[in-house]
Design a protein around this ligand. Structure first.
Ligand SMILES: Nc1ncnc2c1ncn2[C@@H]1O[C@H](COP(=O)(O)OP(=O)(O)OP(=O)(O)O)[C@@H](O)[C@H]1O
Ligand SMILES: [Mg+2]
Length: 113
């Protein structure tokens, strides 16, 4: 099992969600987020005072998936959320030790899908 955490442009979410449910995933969690990447916020000066535009709104989309699905889903996210411009976001992948469906006690792959 893998956890995919994608930081994406909020306006790309609807497109991503539609694509994800077409290929079939068990579920997802979305959190409103804000952050900076390589550009480190845009610094400037306004009327003699330095300012920094630090945080850009993003959505954090988290999914636990079977390892077999990982590459397909990563490709799908890149396709659904990319514009080719800076700020398209990032995808982080983590190992997942266990998933348990509370209702049934199912574990592992059965609990994910
Ligand atoms: N190294 C990181 N660690 C944690 N979060 C990150 C990291 N890099 C980017 N993010 C998150 O992803 C969001 C989008 O990042 P962004 O796409 O601007 O990355 P980037 O490295 O600057 O790439 P690009 O040059 O394409 O903009 C950031 O606002 C931040 O929330
Ligand atoms: Mg950036």
């Amino acid at each position: 099992m893998k956890k995919i955490e994608a930081i994406i442009r909020p306006e790309k979410f609807q497109n991503l969600r539609d694509e994800l449910f077409t290929i079939g995933i068990g579920g997802l969690t979305v959190t409103e987020a804000a952050g900076t990447g390589k550009q480190k916020g845009q610094k400037g000066v306004f009327r003699g005072t330095k300012f920094e535009i630090q945080l850009v709104p993003k959505l954090k989309v988290e999914m636990i998936v079977d390892a077999d699905q990982l590459d397909d889903i990563v490709d799908l996210i890149i396709e659904a959320c990319g514009t080719g411009n800076v700020g398209d976001g990032k995808i982080f992948v983590y190992p997942v030790e266990e998933t348990i469906r509370i209702r049934t006690g199912e574990r592992g792959k059965e609990a994910v899908l």
